[in-house]
Design a binder for this molecule. Structure first.
Ligand code: KET
Length: 406
């Protein structure tokens, strides 16, 4: 039989993802001294992806009590969802106890963003989305894929390495009501520049008066100042009586990337609205992947629901956070010494979380990769948690070389 004409010939090749594509290139790189500072993964000082002790203990306990594996409900495992609410909002938050938060178990933070975006597109068809300039590359892609139009609001100030807070507020003040504003709870990706508590307090009245719909992305809870501290923005929005969306992720703080564990929480006016919203979110999930997977959710629920495991995990997040800070300091010290103070690298110390925005140009980033086997994202984003005591000096020297030769 002769083959039928090529069915897929009209399809253009995928250009590759700006972040995940670099991971593939890194893995294929044969050079022994290669350093991955591109994707947002936390590595320990030995350069390994850690298996957290609390996670190991929870998994071992679950292995001893292997049970049947029915479909989970469309909205996920009840204990997982309750754990998300305690972690994101605090166990005693009035919005939690009033039952006015609709929380779904999702496929990571990305799944939460997409399920939320689909819901917004369906029930707020006139709303458009505003994201920070710059933001995580995938934010725009995710919201556009859900059919929403995406714009940017001013955020990062390249001249100072800080925040254009006044310009940001001014822009948000001019948006149509029920515009969706995507905000990073802490550890802004890619810049590492966050709003201070006082700036959140100034932003909240604008969201309220302009009737904007905040969508908070909290992918790095615990990597900034602490699990509680990093939830400041979410809790301040809830305290102010706003109705809003939160996507949270366990990928980083549980070192649980491949388990795809996240949550979408929608804070509503009252319990009745929360029930309705939860129902429509369930319908949304049923239309895509039907129900979420069991394993990771059981592990997370066990850790969050067990006093001892929770305390152990909290401690482990502190270890990761402190190591990231130490690496910021070591990279800063090495660069400061090389440049004898002639160039300011203070941004490494003031920015928070996994990422720093180096200001390196695309060609400098290319040179780092090609000549020094040091991988950054082309925007100049450097993942601090890929640094360790064995590679930080070499990275500083490579950065110095590309900066000086520019
Ligand atoms: N939000 C933000 C801000 C974020 O940086 C990531 C992942 C996610 C959501 C996705 O979380 P997950 O639970 O994995 O679905 N960011 C890193 C990895 C990636 O690009 O997928 C990164 O920026 O490197």
């Amino acid at each position: 039989m002769t083959a039928t004409p090529a069915l897929f010939a009209h399809i253009p090749p995928y250009a590759g993802d700006p972040i995940l594509g670099l991971m593939d290139a890194y893995q294929a790189d044969p050079r022994a001294n290669k350093v991955s500072l591109s994707i947002g993964l936390y590595f320990d000082d030995a350069g390994r992806l850690p298996v957290l002790d609390a996670v190991r203990q929870a998994e071992e306990a679950l292995l001893r009590e292997i049970g049947p594996r029915p479909y989970l409900p469309m909205h996920g495992l009840p204990d997982f969802r309750a754990g998300v609410q305690r972690m994101v909002f605090g166990a005693d938050h009035a919005a939690v106890t009033a039952g006015r938060i609709a929380t779904m178990q999702t496929l990571g933070g990305s799944g939460a963003l997409r399920v939320g975006a689909d819901f917004l597109h369906r029930y707020f068809p006139a709303s458009e989305v505003w994201v920070s300039d710059p933001t995580w590359d995938n934010h725009r892609v995710l919201f556009e894929a859900a059919g929403l139009k995406v714009h940017t609001y001013p955020y990062y100030d390249a001249a100072t390495g800080g925040l254009r807070f006044d310009a940001m507020l001014e822009c948000l003040q001019g948006l149509p009501r029920q515009s969706v504003v995507l905000l990073h709870a802490s550890c802004h990706n890619p810049t590492g520049v966050d709003l201070s508590p006082a700036q959140w307090d100034a932003l909240i009245p604008v969201l309220r008066e302009r009737e904007l719909i905040a969508f908070v992305d909290m992918a790095y809870q615990g990597f900034g100042d602490g699990l509680e501290e990093d939830a400041f923005a979410v809790r301040a929005l809830a305290d102010a009586g706003l109705q809003f969306f939160v996507a949270n992720s366990f990928s980083k703080n549980f070192s649980f990337y491949g388990e795809r564990c996240g949550g979408l929480s929608v804070v509503c006016h009252d319990r009745k609205d929360a029930d309705t919203v939860l129902g429509q979110l369930q319908a949304g999930v049923r239309r895509i992947y039907s129900t979420p997977p069991t394993h990771g959710a059981r592990v997370v629920a066990k850790v969050l629901g067990d006093t001892q495991l929770l305390a152990g995990w909290t401690q482990e997040t502190a270890v990761m956070r402190k190591r990231i800070r130490a690496m910021r300091e070591q990279l800063h010290a090495a660069l400061h010494e090389t440049f004898r103070g002639e160039r300011d690298f203070g941004y490494l110390l003031s920015q928070r979380g996994m990422f720093s925005y180096t200001g390196l140009s695309e060609s400098q980033v290319d040179r780092l990769r090609e000549q020094h086997a040091v991988y950054l994202v082309r925007s100049g984003r450097l993942c601090i948690s890929g640094l360790n005591s064995g590679n930080v000096q070499a990275v500083a020297e490579a950065m110095a070389e590309v900066i000086k030769s520019a």
